[in-house]
Design a protein around this ligand. Structure first.
Ligand code: HMG
Ligand code: MG
Length: 298
């Protein structure tokens, strides 16, 4: 049977916006995070303390973290690639630090400018200091189902990175389909394998919807028993270091499916639809959420 409840991690303010060309004012990002908080998310990825030369859109992360209205109990997460990022995230009082690696050597080089082995060494001190500061630690594994540069990614490579992130003390580990190439059977095979190496209740699925497979892959993961999913309001997004990658699966679509399945999320879909319309209006385009647009049109 499927899980009776799931945790949805809203990644729109980070993964969703990081690739936008036009600078989005901090005020808009703050308003978005506040609307998402009001919608009932317990975990929102709100910031990314990476090099502003690499990802200019995230340069306002400190400003955003300082001005959002925090609801007690809600975890506001931030990406931290190295010690410099961690220091900034600690200063901004992020609740959860996200170290992000890859199962693909080629992607690791393009995204964080080092090999997988080097990234793990870099993360070691970050993980230690994050834990010492009493923060939650999350690990992310990109290209778990395929890579834009090297194509196929061996399941063994995913397992290997998972084990290393586990050793570093990650509380949660994200299995990411960066370019959305996974299909349900493959997703089940990989997820099943990973559950043998890491507690299933702390594994999450991070699916981009580039090939329209994300909801099917979430359902496939539900069948395996995975109960944490990442999604992006209005289907915002794309990775700057994965050419042609589109947004994460739209939060509205995921919530609509969970509601229909009778799986509890604790999130108010109508409020998410409003947040999706708000940010899409700001960006000057239609939301990339089928359910969101259908509900908004009623
Ligand atoms: P590097 O150039 O090798 O780093 O970049 P460096 O240590 O040599 O530093 C170079 C310059 O960057 C220096 O400045 C540093 O101070 C600065 P300069 O002396 O030239 O003026 N710098 C920083 N500034 C601010 N914050 C920092 C920081 N670190 C160094 N933390 C680095 C290495 C990792 C920094 C770089 O490659 C980088 O920032 N990469 C981030 C790429 C990124 O953000 N990608 C998108 C997020 S990952 C993603 O979307 C995937 C995910 O969604 C899952 C999935 O879907 O797959 C999570
Ligand atoms: Mg992503």
């Amino acid at each position: 049977s499927l899980p009776s409840k799931v945790k949805i991690v809203e990644v729109g303010p980070r993964d969703g916006l990081q690739n936008e060309k036009e600078t989005i004012p901090a005020d808009i990002k703050i308003a978005l995070v506040n609307q998402l908080t009001a919608a009932g998310f317990v975990n929102i990825e709100a910031a990314s303390f990476v090099s502003p030369k690499w990802v200019p859109q995230m340069a306002t992360s400190s400003e955003v973290m300082a001005a959002i209205t925090r609801k007690p109990g809600v975890i506001y997460s931030a990406l931290v690639p190295n010690m410099k990022g961690l220091e900034a995230a600690l200063a901004a009082n992020a609740d959860e630090m996200v170290i992000f690696g890859s199962a693909s050597e080629a992607f690791s080089q393009k995204n964080i400018n080092c090999s997988i082995a080097e990234s793990i060494e870099r993360f070691r001190e970050v993980a230690l200091m994050a834990k010492q500061a009493g923060k939650r630690l999350r690990g992310s594994i990109s290209c778990a189902f395929g890579c834009p540069y090297q194509g196929e990614v061996d399941v063994a490579a995913v397992v290997d990175v998972l084990k290393r992130l586990h050793d570093l003390g990650c509380d949660e580990i994200d299995i990411a389909d960066t370019i959305g190439v996974g299909t349900p059977n493959k997703v089940q095979t990989v997820m099943q394998k990973l559950t043998q190496e890491f507690p299933i209740e702390r594994l999450s699925g991070h699916f981009h919807d580039t090939y329209g497979q994300a909801l099917a892959n979430i359902y496939a993961s539900l069948e395996v028993g995975i109960s944490i999913y990442h999604s992006s309001v209005a289907g915002l997004g794309g990775c700057p270091y994965a050419k042609g990658a589109t947004g994460n699966v739209a939060t509205e679509d995921v919530l609509y499916m969970m509601n229909g399945l009778g799986i509890a999320t604790g999130i108010d879909l109508d409020k998410v639809v409003d947040a999706g319309q708000f940010i899409s209006t700001h960006l000057g385009r239609k939301a990339v959420s089928r359910a969101g647009n259908a509900i908004a049109a009623k």
